[in-house]
Design a protein around this ligand. Sequence first.
Ligand SMILES: Nc1nc2c(c(=O)[nH]1)N[C@H]1C(S)=C(S)[C@@H](COP(=O)(O)OP(=O)(O)OC[C@H]3O[C@@H](n4cnc5c(=O)[nH]c(N)nc54)[C@H](O)[C@@H]3O)O[C@H]1N2
Ligand SMILES: Nc1nc2c(c(=O)[nH]1)N[C@H]1C(S)=C(S)[C@@H](COP(=O)(O)OP(=O)(O)OC[C@H]3O[C@@H](n4cnc5c(=O)[nH]c(N)nc54)[C@H](O)[C@@H]3O)O[C@H]1N2
Ligand code: SF4
Ligand SMILES: [Mo]
Length: 720
Amino acid sequence: MTAATAKSTCRSCAAYCPVNVTLDDGRVVKVEGNPDAPLYEGFICPRGRALAAAHNDGERLLHSMKRMPDGSYQPISSVQLVEEISTRLKHILDQHGPRAFAGFHGGPAVEHQALGGMMRAFLQAIGSDNFYGDNTIDQPNNAMADALHGTWAGGRTRIEKCDLFLMVGGNPVISKQYFAQNPGQQLKRMVKQGTTLIVIDPRRSETAKRAQLHLQCIPGEDPTIIAGLVHLVIANGAVNKPFVELNAAGFEQLSAAVSAFTPDYVAERAGIDEADLREAARLIGTARRGDFGSGVGPSMATRGTLTSYLLRCLQTLRGFWAEQGDDAVRPRVMFPRLAFKAQPNPPRPAWGYGRKLRMRGLEDTVAGMPVAALPGEILTPGDGQVRALFLHAGAMLAWPQTELVHKALESLDLLVVHDVEMSATSRVADYVIATRKPFEVPYCSQFGELVGIMHPGYGWEEPYAAYSPALLDPPEEADLMEAWQIYYRIARKFGLQLRYRGALDAPGDAQPLDMAHEPTTDELFDIACRNATIPLAEVKQHPNGKIFDAAREAVGPRDAACTARLELANPDMLAQLKQVRAESILQRRGTSAEYPLLYIPVRKQNSYNAAYRPQGMRKTGYNPAYMHASDLASLGVVPGDMVEIRSQHGAILGIVDVDDNLRPGVLSMCHGFGRNAGEDYDPRRDGANVNRLLHWEDDFDPYHGMPRMSAVPIAVRRVG
Ligand SMILES: Nc1nc2c(c(=O)[nH]1)N[C@H]1C(S)=C(S)[C@@H](COP(=O)(O)OP(=O)(O)OC[C@H]3O[C@@H](n4cnc5c(=O)[nH]c(N)nc54)[C@H](O)[C@@H]3O)O[C@H]1N2
Ligand SMILES: Nc1nc2c(c(=O)[nH]1)N[C@H]1C(S)=C(S)[C@@H](COP(=O)(O)OP(=O)(O)OC[C@H]3O[C@@H](n4cnc5c(=O)[nH]c(N)nc54)[C@H](O)[C@@H]3O)O[C@H]1N2
Ligand code: SF4
Ligand SMILES: [Mo]
């Protein structure tokens, strides 16, 4: 057989770049960008190219593994695995009831798109509400703020119509969160065409470098800065009064609440120039149309919901939402058609769903079940204790307070992890289910579209859709399962009838699955997409993906009967804002002579959270601890030196590097590195796990429970 090129899609992050895959004798030899695909301009990043190495990695798991009594792992056939897991789970459920089981839907869902639907179907069939996901250690602030403020039924403004874009604590050039299709080029073009880019970030990030104005703030001061901008926009007379009078409530209360956030107070507190703050307010106040985005920075530095809420209010004060007649952004393609209207969707409750969990009274929220409660729900005996967990995530390297997470996972009666390697998280599992690689499973853009409905940084502004079939079979000797299959196969053993549906379908719309003949992933896609605006069969005709003009929607007029209003004065948010203004800044920030620096997260091109890194991606096997040259000098260290980084909650060893784009006093380091609690790690080989510096109860959000994961006070000292 000779080499042939096939079309597919990279699923190594949620940008879903179309790729051309060169196959030789059923082996992936090369992965390149697909220049014939719309929107992406042939873009591919190093992690996409590394998919060839990822498919051929000799360390790949080809068989599922079972932990033996001595802690070692032995291969187990998938038939035997399903048998054993079913028996053990049945015993747990019979003894302790359905809530003893929890599922966690994390990063790998980007690759395995039928997983979420099947996990929900299984939970429903056994009667458990324990569906956990990443959102409450990521950006729950978006869903929370949308609920508290209300949303605009016309959607956001198309980027080419904006003469301003404000990015708060996000770095799309690297993360592809916002402008996901070739972000560097998109931003370059946008700025060239005259759109003003403002970035608020303690680091002069790759995105900030493209901005006209960069506010290089002290981490954790986003609520202060955004309140200051709201104040200035009001003081400058830049409120879009007709828009606000028609569409919003609470203007007077909001004005009063931000009045103490004067430019001098804000600039001093946030460590920025007052002139820059005023300039940002002027640009926001004079732009005719604009849009705002935010990333993990403000979300992780606590009070993320307040930051996002104030950003929504600022957008509303300026009327920066889609106008009647606009071409709607993110129209539904793989979901049922949605009418866009130039009117508000009213606020709705953001928290208080479901039952109270036993940890700090946390409960289900619009952003999902609080992950912050899960380690405690596992470790605390009594009714509601989680005893069996199926985990699709790199929890050991991605969840705060590593020691506690380790203790919790080790204490489970049954931990099942899906993986492609014996990762840090796999090494605490009872069973590791060996999983297929991306080109061995089909891809459908419905999941990406769903993520874009929940977070404005994802999905496609245009009515784009794509489907890629599985390109190759796993190696002959392999015995693998797709992530969703474990749920189906256990349900069959339990004699349960599963019902499957698309993520936006009503529960009553769920279709009974054939429990005698296992469906294929393609058949599950067919069910999930059966109400799509563009039939999946039509999408399949276009191997490069396609912009489907038939799915385009114009923003319609306001309903004559519409009385909904966007809320500018949510009492909880304004109470939090009052607290921000009243508090002792240093006490809240937590820096002191003992902990003089602040740790912040950063994302790099070559690593993706805790996700598997193929050989080609392991060049910098570790995660350097970046600091400004002036901080290195005052510590007496040079790049390559080893330091101890200590927070109030724990300490790690790191290898320092210089990054003069950082604000002095700030240290940045990627998460997703290091080894497990109790395992020795070499910071030059394995990197270090920054989650050891964090604690679930540190300055946590009272509703979704997310703790402080940025702006963490630390001390750094030289070792060795
Ligand atoms: N290559 C790559 N891409 C990824 C990922 C990856 O690991 N690698 N992860 C994916 C995931 S899971 C997500 S959620 C997205 C996240 O996407 P982004 O939110 O764009 O993530 P980051 O690149 O970490 O950007 C966060 C920025 O916030 C800044 N920051 C830190 N603290 C503060 C603060 O207190 N205030 C302000 N204003 N800024 C602050 C940091 O300096 C940084 O530039 O990226 C996704 N894409
Ligand atoms: N300190 C700190 N912690 C963070 C963050 C931070 O910025 N700082 N970011 C948070 C955010 S935003 C997020 S979204 C989470 C992400 O955290 P996770 O949801 O854990 O996501 P990943 O790290 O992408 O998960 C990858 C893990 O899944 C395994 N895996 C399982 N199945 C598969 C599969 O089929 N294919 C592949 N390739 N791998 C599989 C991989 O080996 C790896 O262990 O981390 C959060 N944690
Ligand atoms: S940005 Fe890179 S990792 Fe993400 S989908 Fe595109 S090629 Fe894959
Ligand atoms: Mo994330």
